[in-house]
Design a protein around this ligand. Sequence first.
Ligand SMILES: [Zn+2]
Length: 75
Amino acid sequence: MPLCQNLCPLEMTFKCPRCGLALLKPGRWFQVASKYRCEGCHGEIRITYPDKIALFQKYAASQREGPSPPNIAQS
Ligand SMILES: [Zn+2]
């Protein structure tokens, strides 16, 4: 499934499975990331594909519940 679509510019939080510290990054970052260095436990945290799917689906669902999409006129 395509991960990004309209979720790319959206800020998403991913919680470190080791220390629970939330990482805030835009969707496009999560799309390409496979791991990151957690600032809480200084561990190398892997972001698996199922992790990404779950994350994007969560935000996709919240997008659908929201009001009509914003009109972005300027490029
Ligand atoms: Zn951590």
